[in-house]
Design a protein around this ligand. Structure first.
Ligand code: PEP
Ligand code: MG
Length: 746
């Protein structure tokens, strides 16, 4: 670009900055801006169109078009030349607008008199906010330099829109981040919560897009990039001997951080009048725009590396980000694109709710959220873009719905819902110490699932009779390195201490599939759910399993101990695992450690194959716990993590209930204690049907004990059995309709 244009765009930006700094109200400020752009670019018209809603653009300010049409003229995305710029995010530059593809005549603006049209998207980090247009009577095609200058100005307008610079008295703009927004996501933990937004990684706000001293900005950029490079080199040094994949990512980072093209483009932007951070953000915006169009997974990954790098650079330049020292608001609702279980645990119980833009129901973050009983919504599209720190927010974990900046009527209705929840909780508290006995006298053991120390206070609070499933892998998953035996022993001992003699069933490490330890070499398996996981890993690489067994045996300190192995698919695996336990006991004995007074070794029935194991297995195993989550996914061949299929088959499907009944019968022959510990145990309707099939011990999340017990106290299992048998007899696919009818009549 010629020097003259360079100083042109700098001059324009300089004037723009003055306009921004003025005390004018929003609309006046925007009017002034359109005026000075038209003036600087030598065009008769300059107009700003901004989005009213997702689909509609509105003329918000103009120099040259009919002033009466401001806030009156609207168009749908894709409609007319302006709409095309917005839809495709691409510049439209034509000397003959009335004959250009997509032109739409809008008489109210008087624009037919203008021949040339240049429209550029107003976007911020890939998010389309509107369109900036200049038009002139003279039929000319704008030079690439002119296009560039307008793009830079559009970026500054985007930045200012984000900061609310056009919102104020007299402004009829639909201010972004001020309207109520309703987002439909997926429920991952029930409950309702009201509070204030806390962004896990707040987006960096650039408050000074225009600078008047390019030399100083260049120095700032160079210093920041140097700091970034040193940081990446340090990370590389630390990871040298570590995981190969992580190393590759860091190498790619380094390549970008040293990329001459990236640097050159940012330097050019600064020379044209942008501040260092605005130059970084401009590059980032372009990378995001490319990202949305690239199909190739590898390329997308690289672009997302670049995005991440730009974020780091912005944080260095602005001093914003993780270490700003900002304090959690009152009743914080955590918002993040995604979050790991470790980070979530650090926030702990202080959070009122969690909303994730990505995430999945079976993720570890979801498991932790459930353990902490914090309402969680995942798949909440655009939440990290829409929400700002401190925004009022209501999270409906039951429906998977999020109300951001809700209006009064929503607030009222939502508070009623929270009040109903509270009333229900009070009702559950009143039956906390009552045994779960059905009206026909059947006693059901109510156990709880746990995995964190944070769960244990629930043992008293929920009225659970013990821990039916302690997921030991959570302690492995939330760390950056393998825990030591002594640490595990101390932890298991604290669990047993907190249980005060109530039974606790420890499940040995269940890793693989979705549960990947950050410090173990990942294995690239085509189908991890059917792959090298749980007991398969334990038996093939027994080192960790032995260490864990030792920790458990020592933690018991002479008390009774129950251990179960996950994902046992055949008798032989149980035998091999049991042999490991016996070997470990022998070693402990030789070492002179105190042994548990009683030791039970059970198996989880999570694959259909085990239901058909030889009778000898049922005779030998101390107890069986049905892992319904896995069992169901294998029974129906429907991935529990896949939103498309995970709800496709009903637990109350006749085939599945018959299968459960078959397991109950087999256990009855040998008198083997049987429990059910999948998520269905915590769903009241499913739970009473499982009880009707003969399950006498249910293990569930602590928060489910109240609702499940409350229903159990009201049902007659004999009657339910009859209803289920009739439904089967009729050839119903699922017994749910018949069961629901019975329950409604109670
Ligand atoms: C199950 O599969 O039902 C179970 C309890 O184990 P997890 O959910 O941890 O796989
Ligand atoms: Mg399982």
């Amino acid at each position: 670009m010629a020097d003259s244009t360079e100083s042109e765009s700098r001059k324009l930006l300089g004037r723009l900055r003055e306009a921004m700094a003025s005390d004018d109200a929003g609309q006046a400020r925007l009017d002034k801006i359109t005026h000075l752009i038209a003036d600087s670019m030598g065009t008769e018209v300059c107009s700003v169109y901004l989005f009213r809603d997702d689909e509609t653009l509105e003329l918000c300010a103009t120099q040259g078009l009919n002033i009466e049409s401001v806030h009156q003229t609207r168009m749908r995305i894709g409609e007319g030349l302006v709409g095309r710029v917005a839809r495709f995010g691409k510049v439209v530059n034509t000397p003959d607008a009335p004959n250009a593809k997509g032109f739409r005549y809008m008489p109210e603006t008087g624009e037919e008199r203008y021949s040339s049209f240049l429209g550029v998207p107003v976007q911020r980090l890939g998010e389309m906010l509107g369109v900036l247009v200049v038009q002139s009577k003279e039929a000319r095609e704008f030079s690439s330099d002119a296009v560039y200058a307008l793009e830079v100005v559009a970026m500054v307008i985007a930045e200012m829109t984000e900061l609310g610079a056009f919102v104020g008295e007299g402004a009829a703009l639909s201010p972004l981040h001020q309207q109520a927004v309703l987002i439909h996501g997926t429920s991952a933990q029930e409950g309702a919560a009201e509070g204030n937004v806390w962004l896990h990684e707040p987006r960096v706000i650039v408050t000074n897009p225009i600078a008047d001293d390019p030399q100083r900005e260049l120095e700032r950029l160079h210093d920041a990039v140097e700091e970034l490079r040193v940081g990446v080199d340090k990370m590389l040094e630390v990871s040298r001997n570590g995981d190969k994949e992580q190393l590759q990512v860091l190498e790619a980072y380094r390549m970008f951080a040293n990329s001459k093209g990236w640097m050159r483009r940012m330097e050019e932007d600064i020379a044209r009048g942008l501040s260092a951070e605005a130059a970084v953000e401009k590059e980032q915006s372009q990378a995001r725009a490319r990202m949305s169009q690239v199909q190739d997974a590898y390329l997308r990954e690289r672009l997302s590396d670049l995005d991440d790098l730009s974020n780091r650079l912005l944080r260095i330049l602005t001093g914003q980000g993780a270490d700003t020292g900002a304090e959690l608001p009152e009743n914080p609702i955590l918002i993040a694109r995604n979050i790991g279980p470790g980070d979530l645990l650090e926030y702990g119980r202080g959070l009122r709710g969690i909303v994730l833009e990505e995430g999945s129901v079976g993720s570890h973050a979801a498991i932790v959220a459930r353990a902490l009983a914090i309402p969680l919504v995942v798949n909440a599209k655009r939440i990290t873009t829409e929400a700002l720190n401190g925004d009022h927010i209501m999270v409906d974990g039951d429906q998977g719905v999020v109300h951001l900046r809700p209006d009064e009527t929503v607030v009222g209705a939502f508070r009623d819902k929270i009040a109903m929840h509270t009333q229900a909780q009070e009702r559950y508290a009143s039956i906390r110490n009552k045994p779960a006995v059905t009206t026909d006298g059947q006693r059901i053991n109510m156990m709880m699932n746990a995995g964190l120390m944070a769960d244990l206070p629930s043992l008293d609070g929920s009225g659970a009779e013990g821990v039916g499933l302690f997921r030991t892998e959570l302690q492995f998953l939330v760390r950056n390195q393998m825990p030591k035996r002594s640490e595990l022993k101390a932890l298991y001992k604290r669990v047993l201490d907190a249980a005060h003699g109530k039974p606790v069933v420890f499940r040995t490490l269940d890793i693989g599939s979705d549960k990947v330890l950050p410090y173990m070499k990942p294995t690239d398996e085509p189908n991890p759910a059917l792959g090298w996981r749980a007991i398969r890993v334990g038996l093939d690489k027994p080192g960790v399993m032995r260490m864990q067994l030792q920790a458990l045996l020592r933690a018991a300190e002479g008390r009774p101990l129950s251990v179960m192995f996950p994902f046992v698919a055949q008798f032989e695996e149980y035998r091999a695992a049991k042999a490991e336990v016996e070997k470990t006991i022998e070693r402990e004995r030789i070492l002179g450690h105190v042994l548990p007074s009683d030791l039970e070794v059970g198996a989880m029935l999570e694959t259909p194959s085990l239901a058909y194991a030889p009778q000898k297995f049922f005779d030998e195993v101390a107890f069986i716990s049905i892992g319904g989550n896995d069992l169901k996914q294998f029974f129906f061949a429907a991935d529990r993590e896949n939103e498309r299929v995970r709800r496709r088959y009903d637990t109350l499907n006749v085939s599945f209930l018959s299968f459960i009944e078959r397991i109950v019968e087999r256990c009855a022959i040998s008198g083997t204690p049987l429990s059910f510990c999948g998520e269905d145990a915590g769903r009241p309707v499913e739970a009473v049907c499982l009880a009707a099939m003969g399950i006498r011990t249910l293990s569930m999340r602590p928060a489910s004990i109240g609702p499940v017990k409350s229903l159990l106290l009201r049902v007659d299992l004999g009657e339910l059995r009859k209803i289920i048998a009739d439904a089967r007899h009729r050839g119903d696919q699922a017994v749910r309709p018949a069961v629901m009818e019975y329950l409604r009549g109670l």
